[in-house]
Each structure stands twice: as C-alpha cells, then as structure tokens.
Design a protein around this ligand. Structure first.
Ligand SMILES: Nc1ncnc2c1ncn2[C@@H]1O[C@H](COP(=O)(O)OP(=O)(O)O)[C@@H](O)[C@H]1O
Ligand SMILES: O=P(O)(O)O[C@H]1O[C@H](CO)[C@@H](O[C@H]2O[C@H](CO)[C@@H](O)[C@H](O)[C@H]2O)[C@H](O)[C@H]1O
Length: 492
C-alpha cells in the first residue's frame, strides 16, 4: 500500500433530508462530508484488504477515489453511505479498478458487542474527530434506518430506494448482520426480510435483482419474493444496484449443510439418509426456474460463430487461470481439447437463455414447500455485462454437479488416504449427480446426457473457475477442484 494516493476530486456530496433533530453540532452537517471522508480514508485503507469481499487481495493499492458520499443520518450515531473506487496494480504493469459499497457507522462510543473486525478505528480530524468508525452492517439501529428508507421509497441525492407493489414494509425492525459465509454482506430483519448489500459495484442492474424480480413477477415460488431494492446513479453510466431486500426464509435449511450432514454419515452411520431424493427434487426446481426465465427473458440459439466464441471464452479463461495457478499447467492441452470439441456441428442451434450463473448447494435452500434458489448474481469475478449474457441452461446443471463433488470431497479432507472412504464418497457424489440430472430432465429441462461434450466442457470451465477462486480465497480448499480437473482431463 506504499504507493497509495488519494483523491477527493470526484466526490459528490448528497445531502439528506433532515432526519429529525439529532444533529448535535453545527459542524456535523452535510457540508462536512468531504472532510469526514478524508478523515475516514486512512482507516478504510487499513481495513478494506482484510474483508472477504475485497477483490484486490495481495495487490498494491495505487489510488482511492471516493465516488459518491451520502450521509443517511447525522448526529450520534451517524451513518455514511460511500461508494469508493479503488485502483490496484495488475499483472505486467496494468491497473485494475473496482468500486466498493461501504456503509459506515460513526459513534462517540463503539456499539456494544461489535466484533473487532468490524471496527475501522477512531477518526482523526474532520467533523467527527475522535469518534469510532465501524462497519454499520453490525449496528442494528443503523441498519434499521436503512429499512425505513426502503419502506418509504426515499431518495437521497444519487441514492434511490424502491419498493415492489404489495403489502407495506415494516419500517421499524432492527437488523442483525448475517453470519453466513458470503461474497457480499447481508442484514436480517426479524424473521421477515433479508437485505443483501452488494459490496463490489458495477454500473447497471445486478442480475440478482433483475432475475429475482422477473421470477417474482412471474409468480415463481422458487425464489424469495423481492420486497425492495436501492440503487445509485453513476455519472455517465447506468444506475448501479446496491442492495436487495427479499423475504427471509426462517424455516429453510441450506443445501450445502444438508449435503455435508449426509456425507458425514457415510463414515459408519448405520442409517445414512437418502439425499438422492432431495437431489432429484432440486433438479426439478432448477428446471422450473429455467423454464420461467426462458419464458420471461430473452432467448436465442447459438450459431456456428457463437459456438466458437463459447469455446474461445472457455479457453481464454483457462489460459488466465494457468497463469494464476501454475498447478493447472500440466492439464492445459487436455482441457483445451475438451473446449475444442465444442466447435463440432452438433451444437448449432443450441438454445441459450438467462440462467442463475453460479449455482451450488449453498445457493439452494430446502423449505417446507420445496427447494428455493438464491443469489442470481452470477460468478462475482466476471464482469457484469458478461454475467447478463444468455447461456446454455446446462451451465447451471454442470455447476451443481460440481457442488456434489465438493460435498463428497469434504469427507476426505484432512483424513489420511482411505480407499474405502474414497469409494463411498465417489459413489455418494455419483448417485446424487445422476439423481439431480434425472430430476432436471423430469422437470422439463434438457437431458444432460444428450450433450456429453457440452457437459464436460461446462464442468471443466466451472472447475477452472473454482481453482482460481480457491487459490485466491481458500487456498486449503484448492485440492478439491484440482482433483476434479485431474479427473475431467483424463475422461474423454
Ligand atoms: N431469503 C433468505 N432466507 C434465508 N436465508 C438466506 C436468504 N438469502 C440468503 N440467505 C442466507 O445467506 C447466505 C448468503 O446469501 P447469498 O445470496 O448467497 O449471498 P452472497 O451473494 O453474498 O454470497 C445464503 O447461503 C443463506 O444461508
Ligand atoms: O459467494 P457465492 O456463493 O456467490 O459463490 C462463491 O463462493 C462459493 C463458496 O462459498 C463458491 O462455491 C464453491 O464452493 C462450494 C462449497 O463451499 C461448492 O459447493 C461449489 O460447488 C464451489 O463452486 C463459488 O464458486 C463462488 O463463486
């Protein structure tokens, strides 16, 4: 971070409507936003790189530029909404930039019970000199304030809060930070709503909002209904989605946890459950979602050129992954050949449509009324425009198949090599993969076994993505996708 330079040149200050007589001092007004941001920047720079959602890990920050600062509450506590552009050095002297959404709380005393990882430090200078600066996601009072904005459909300068038609929203529920492992940050309001705050922001509608709204409007019960969202105008660009409020599913069980529970029982439980029934239902649910998306969003068919482009994009991602993770190098030619096989004539005319884009067991919740799918954001590492392109629906199927492998591999993680256990794990994954595909076809989706080359290429493409994801975020998990690459490279 040695070369860090800061700029406030582009900071837009958006004045809030008065929020009541909470503003104690004359200096603590909107006029002080710029000074507040300048005082906060050194603390932000120290805190940002340790956040799970921060994409620039290991790279030197070269510049930080506040883009839009909006005080959503002044006084003690105060709430500052900030969009911050961070530039970092890329490979070979290139530079990369990302915009992050921060929701910063400011109080004279830190909120009770807040974890040390959520506290940025004490401000030095500016209108809140000496006050504690912290991640407001962990402050029930301030996240409650956000819900009020969503409930009333407020506008603050560049920020617009929007509600879907339907029953009113309660404006007075405190929010608690979700502890789920995730790419963004979520706040749960009682047992009624969950608000996801997108952390890495791109101009344009986030596919999570776009697709869940389309599914909600079509009456699908396979997603939690959208209740509200908020967005920011961006200079010279489309508005960016910042947050999505959906119904909370209080009785739901996470598919990943359920699967791990079942896999764990393979180690000697006399009555291991039959997850294959659930896998079949999940396949059906996936097909149902695909059918609604194909009905309500644009669809197309691949021509010869587009098939070549599909294969070329996979090859390009592979080459980038090999450069980032040298352990992939020895598989490169076998994997390239699998992508090359896609260019044969038989894919001409393959339907493409909007899909989930990053489907895995952790995105599937089993409720008393069946499986519900979450998080239609697509792979967070891909540019937003790419995530919004129509894709073969089997891409989601291949991604879920990878998830069954992941769950099985968990059984073996950290244990000395045990051929019997390895066999049990492989059989468990195989059974559930087959059941999921059968459920998908029974639900009206394309029969996965009718397109073996495509399925293999899609699974490899996903495993390559996972190799990079694990190398970056969870290096101890890297052997899981690498083992899959090894297997997929050998299978022809
Ligand atoms: N509507 C919901 N009801 C219950 N739990 C939810 C809901 N939405 C998300 N969750 C929980 O939060 C986790 C993270 O949500 P997700 O949308 O995948 O966030 P991210 O995009 O940040 O990874 C999920 O795995 C699930 O455990
Ligand atoms: O944060 P997201 O849920 O949007 O997705 C990212 O993180 C996932 C892990 O949390 C990652 O999924 C990979 O690990 C899962 C087990 O934790 C496994 O079930 C998936 O099959 C595997 O891809 C996902 O790839 C990443 O985009």
């Amino acid at each position: 971070m040695s070369e860090t330079s800061r700029s406030q040149a582009h900071l837009r200050q958006d004045a809030p409507r008065p929020l009541g007589a909470r503003d104690a001092g004359a200096r603590r007004t909107t006029a002080g936003v710029s000074e507040l941001v300048q005082a906060a920047l050194p603390l932000i720079i120290g805190w940002l790189p340790s956040q799970r959602w921060y994409a620039g890990k290991g790279r030197a920050i070269t510049r930080i530029t506040p883009v839009v600062g909006t005080p959503l509450q002044v006084g003690d506590p105060a709430l500052l909404h900030l969009l911050l552009q961070v530039e970092y050095a890329g490979d070979g002297g290139s530079s990369q930039r990302d915009i992050y959404q921060l929701l910063l709380g400011i109080r004279s005393q830190e909120p009770p019970g807040i974890g040390p990882g959520a506290v940025l430090g004490r401000l030095s200078g500016g209108p809140y000199d000496g006050a504690a600066l912290y991640d407001a996601v962990h402050d029930p009072e301030l996240t409650g304030r956000l819900l009020e904005h969503l409930a009333t459909g407020d506008r603050f300068g560049a920020l617009s809060f929007r509600r879907t038609p339907g029953p009113g929203l309660p404006g007075n529920l405190p929010g608690r930070a979700s502890t789920a492992e995730q790419s963004n940050s979520s706040v749960i309001y009682g047992t009624a709503f969950i608000l996801k705050l997108f952390r890495r922001i791109s101009p344009g509608t986030n596919p999570d909002l776009e697709l869940t709204l389309a599914l909600s409007r079509a009456g699908s019960t396979r997603i939690p209904r959208v209740a509200a969202w908020f967005e920011s105008r961006m200079e010279g660009a489309e508005p960016a989605t910042l947050g999505l409020l959906q119904r909370y599913l209080p009785d739901a069980e996470d598919g990943w946890e359920l699967a791990l529970d079942q896999v764990g029982r393979l180690k000697g439980d006399p009555s291991p459950g039959n997850f294959a029934i659930e896998a079949h239902r999940l396949g059906r649910a996936t097909a149902e979602v695909h059918r609604v998306l194909a009905r309500t969003m644009p669809v197309a068919r691949l021509d010869r050129t587009q098939t070549h482009q599909l294969a070329a994009a996979m090859t390009e991602r592979l080459d980038q992954a090999v450069a980032a993770v040298p352990g992939l190098t020895r598989y490169r030619s076998a994997l390239r050949a699998a992508f090359q096989a896609l260019t044969a004539d038989h894919l001409d005319g393959l339907p493409v449509q909007r899909i989930h884009g990053d489907l895995h067991l952790g995105q599937a919740m089993r409720t008393p009324h069946g499986w519900v799918l979450l998080d239609f954001e697509g792979e967070p590492a891909k540019p937003l425009a790419e995530r919004r392109l129509p894709q073969p629906a089997l891409r989601d199927v291949a991604a879920m198949l990878r998830s069954f492998d992941y769950a099985a591999a968990h059984l073996l993680a950290g244990t000395p090599s045990d051929p019997e256990l390895a066999h049990l794990a492989a059989s468990w994954a195989g059974r559930n993969r087959t059941a999921y595909c059968a459920g998908y076809a029974a639900g009206g989706g394309m029969e996965p076994s009718s397109a073996p080359e495509l399925m293999r290429a899609l699974e490899i493409d996903k495993a390559v993505y996972e190799v990079v994801y694990e190398a970056r975020h969870r290096p101890s998990w890297l052997p899981i996708p690498l083992a899959a690459i090894n297997r997929l490279a050998l299978t022809v």
